[in-house]
Design a protein around this ligand. Structure first.
Ligand code: NAP
Length: 235
């Protein structure tokens, strides 16, 4: 087994940062499992990447807000590869700029937490035992500067608080997994031009660099950190 060729799963891989992360990791020679909640969108995205030369992409459907869907994807991955090395928790929803914390619709909060926090939590919980067994894992939680308590301002309450909670999940996981070979970090991709980010400040190819960095950290790399472009940022 070539240990440098990693098995990598990316959630929400059908567009935006997730899609480009799949592209970059596959270009580095890793086996990439692009997952998406929508079967058609996922198949099209994987086909698009496969058409690029020398790229190894597998597609499995996975809705991060649905435990059965996570269980199905897990079974398929374990049956095919027997392991998972890299988990990129990228899928997220609801940049709720239209509401404030005072007039919050709790249904929106519920949905945001269900996908942006519980999604990564459920998937991590599912895959950590196999990572532990192999004494290797990289878990990358795609977070945001708006989740930083240090820089916390008004607006987008459901989304921001879901990312703060995701950062807390990073710290908890990293602490519990210390010494197991599994490194867990939160990454801020910056303001990136995607459907969610709108015109953005940086192209998606730039935005994914920190995510790819955290996905491919050496064994003595950091864990339990929050990074932008490979440099620590305030929680
Ligand atoms: P995007 O263009 O809106 O893409 C979001 C992806 O998540 C889509 O593939 C979407 O699938 C998927 N998704 C949503 N709910 C899902 C679910 N339940 N199960 C599986 N997949 C699901 O967003 P993006 O800009 O690429 O953002 C990617 C990550 O970066 C997110 O975590 C986001 O919070 C973070 N981020 C983005 C920016 C930015 O400026 N863009 C800044 C900071 C952080 P569908 O196509 O089916 O909807």
């Amino acid at each position: 087994m070539n240990l440098e060729k990693r098995i990598c799963l990316v959630s929400g891989g059908n567009r935006g940062i997730g899609f480009e992360t799949c592209h970059h990791l596959a270009q580095l020679g890793h086996i990439v499992i692009l997952t998406a909640r929508n079967l058609t969108k996922g198949k099209i995205a994987a086909k698009q990447l496969r058409e690029k030369k020398g790229i190894d992409i597998i597609f499995y459907q996975m809705d991060v807000s649905n435990q059965d869907s996570i269980d199905d994807a897990y079974d398929k991955i374990i049956q095919r590869f027997g392991r998972l090395d890299v988990l990129v928790n990228n899928a997220a929803i609801l940049y709720d700029t239209w509401q404030t914390v005072i007039d919050t619709d709790f249904e929106i909060v519920n949905q945001a937490l269900g996908t942006n926090l519980l999604g990564p939590w459920r998937i991590s919980k599912k895959f950590i035992p196999i990572m532990k067994k192999n004494r290797y894992g990289r878990i990358v939680n795609v977070s945001s500067s708006v989740g930083s308590l240090h820089f916390m301002g008004k607006g987008a309450p459901a989304y921001s608080i879901s990312k703060t909670a995701l950062n807390a999940l990073t710290r908890k996981l990293a602490a519990e997994l210390l010494g197991t070979g599994i490194l867990v970090n939160s990454i801020d991709p910056g303001w990136v031009a995607t459907d969610m980010g709108g015109r953005g400040e940086r192209p998606v190819e730039e935005g994914v660099k920190g995510i790819v960095w955290a996905s491919t950290l050496p064994d003595d790399g950091p864990t339990g950190g929050f990074f932008f472009e490979g440099k620590p940022v305030e929680w």
